[in-house]
Structures are given as C-alpha cells and as structure tokens.
Design a protein around this ligand. Structure first.
Ligand SMILES: NC(=O)c1ccc[n+]([C@@H]2O[C@H](COP(=O)([O-])OP(=O)(O)OC[C@H]3O[C@@H](n4cnc5c(N)ncnc54)[C@H](OP(=O)(O)O)[C@@H]3O)[C@@H](O)[C@H]2O)c1
Length: 256
C-alpha cells in the first residue's frame, strides 16, 4: 500500500493508536481526514501535523448513521476522493457479570461493529465501481476467545474480524483491498483503565510502526506482538477445559 498523496479517512484519531497513526501517516505524505467525537483534540492534532500535509478534521459519532453519511460525503467533497478507509474507532468495557447490562453491549456493538459498517456502506459503491481503494479495520487479538469480563468486547471484535474476512474475499475481484489489524495490548487510554498486568504491553509508537510497515508489505492480517499472537493461537486450540481453567484465575494486578 502506498501512502504518498493518498487520502486516508481515519476514525478514532483523537486518541491512542489512531492519534499516533495520524502523525505517522502525515510523515509518509498522506492527506488525512480525521474523525472522532472530540473535535477539540482533533483540531490540535490537525494543527500539529498540517505543516507537512493536507489535513482536515470532522466531528462525527460513528454510531449515528446520518452523521457518518454527512461526514463522508463532506470528506469526498473536500478531498475529491478517499483512497484508504482506516476504521480504528473502538470502545472497550471490562465488567463482571454482576454488572451485566445491555447498555454496555449496545455501545460496544454500535461502535466496534455497526460504526464500521456505516463507514464501509458510504465508501464501498465508489471503491467497487472504480475498482480501487483499501479498507483497513482495527479488530483485536481479543477476537479469538470469550475472555472473562470482556464478553461484549471480544464478541464485537470477533464479529468485525469475520466481517472483514468475508469482505476481503468478495472484494478481491473488484481490486479493493481489505486488511485486518489485530493488536495485542497497546498502552492507550483504553488499556490505562485495566487494573491487571498486561503481557507484552506495547507503546503506540511501536504499534503504529508495525501497522504502517505491515500495510506497506501488503499484509492481509497484521497481528502483533508476536508473544501475544502465539499465546492467543495456543489458547484457541487448547481443550476448552484448560482454557476455562487458565482464564478463570484472577489476573496478576498491575504494578503501581
Ligand atoms: N489499546 C489496545 O491494547 C488495543 C488492543 C486491541 C485492539 N485495540 C483497538 O484499537 C482501536 C483504537 O483503540 P485505542 O487503544 O487507541 O483506544 P483509545 O485511545 O480509547 O481511542 C479510541 C478512539 O475511538 C474513538 N471513538 C470511540 N467511540 C467513537 C464514536 N462513537 N465515534 C467516533 N469515534 C469514536 C475515540 O474518539 P472520541 O472519543 O473522540 O470519539 C478515540 O479516538 C480500537 O478499535 C480498539 O478496540 C486496542
């Protein structure tokens, strides 16, 4: 994948992985349409990077279909095209079954699955008719199993991974690329809330570099870090009883 002068629509650019990616894509010479709800954060990020490249920001809640329609149509007007839809926005709640509420499930699925579906709906017809374009979706290594206290999150990422896989196969004949990004633990606002020791916790700078290198190499699936990727693959193939035993223990508390 080539970034020089490409127009990248990037959701979830106000924080964490998306924030770092915006800065790194700008260094690669990409033009950027940054999306999230916190426009003040996008504005200062755009101010920081617009010396190098053309960058605009858009306040948009991706769980509201009409806002997504309006925003993406505005982006097409402003830039004339979209080359890469980088769908990174996401939320995660960790909660025990004692706090089980459909409200958390609605927010999680509306953001992590439907929000991405609304974005794809707006860009797909042009990608298909013009036989070009790339969709990059940020799923998670947490998509592989039902991890305790993260049921809604893991289920939403499993849904997103499967959706991307299906699109990748169907869209190949239209020359539209689909890439799935599956990070392990990356140090962001999302993981700062976790009260347990996170294995192979990685910086956003490193995560962004791995993602960009993977895209340049035209990888279909970019999963990292290696230790977590292998660990999750082992968890997936081990007998259910073992998985339940290992994950039912309380995780090690985070060092202060
Ligand atoms: N950090 C990790 O360890 C890790 C691991 C695996 C996968 N991931 C995935 O990586 C992606 C980025 O996560 P992160 O760690 O960088 O978390 P983060 O720092 O909390 O960033 C999440 C981003 O999503 C945006 N967002 C949330 N709800 C939105 C909505 N309704 N509309 C538009 N934007 C919305 C937020 O922007 P606003 O609040 O301004 O709207 C923010 O920019 C997520 O999809 C996450 O699931 C993260």
């Amino acid at each position: 994948m080539n970034f020089k002068n490409s127009v990248i629509l990037l959701t979830g650019a106000s924080s964490g992985i998306g924030y770092q990616l915006a800065k790194d894509f700008a260094k690669e010479g990409a033009q950027l349409a940054l999306i999230s709800r916190r426009a003040d954060l996008l504005e200062s990020l755009a101010g920081e990077i617009n010396q190098n490249t053309s960058v605009k920001f858009y306040k948009c809640d991706i769980t509201i279909k009409e806002e997504v329609q309006k925003t993406i149509s505005q982006i097409k007007n402003d830039f004339g095209k979209i080359d890469i839809a980088f769908l990174n926005s996401g939320v995660a709640y960790r909660s025990s079954v004692l706090d089980y509420t459909s409200k958390d499930a609605e927010t999680t699925f509306n953001t992590n699955v439907l929000g991405a579906v609304y974005c794809i709906e707006q860009i797909l017809p042009e990608f298909i008719s013009e036989k070009r374009g790339s969709i990059v979706g940020v799923s998670s290594l947490g998509d592989g199993k039902g991890f305790p206290k993260s049921g809604f999150y893991s289920a939403s990422k499993a849904a997103f991974t499967i959706l991307l896989e299906s699109l990748r196969i169907e869209l190949k004949k239209y020359n539209v690329k689909v890439v799935t990004v599956k990070p392990g633990f990356v140090k962001t606002a999302m993981t700062d809330k976790n009260e347990f020791e996170m294995p192979f916790l990685m910086s956003v700078e490193k995560a962004s570099k791995i993602i960009i290198d993977g895209l340049k190499k035209d990888k279909r699936i970019i999963e990292f870090p290696f230790g977590t990727t292998v660990g999750v693959k082992i968890l997936r193939i081990m007998p259910t009883k073992w998985f339940e035993y290992l994950t039912s223990k309380d995780p090690k508390p985070k060092k202060q």
